[in-house]
Design a protein around this ligand. Structure first.
Ligand code: ZN
Length: 80
């Protein structure tokens, strides 16, 4: 299995396995974030959705989750 130099935990960790369904961001995340940190985000995501009562059917709800994800993973925000 390939290793990823993770920008969140600063370790070389196992890569993320499986599709993330994140479009353009997916490549960026997979090359910068290890599987362990991604697993942490998956748990955190549930908390974010509960805490902010996010409606994922909603454009603004999805944008909020994405923003939280980028800051949790210490990824730069996309310019667009
Ligand atoms: Zn990591």
């Amino acid at each position: 299995m390939a290793l990823v130099q993770c920008i969140r935990c600063a370790n070389a960790g196992e890569e993320i396995v499986g599709p993330l369904y994140l479009g353009k961001l997916e490549t960026e995340i997979k090359k910068s974030i290890c599987g362990a940190c991604w697993a942490e985000w998956v748990k955190m995501r549930v908390m974010v959705i509960n805490e902010y009562q996010v409606n994922l059917g909603d454009e603004s709800g999805r944008a909020l989750v994405k923003e939280q994800m980028l800051s949790f993973l210490k990824l730069p925000k996309p310019q667009s």
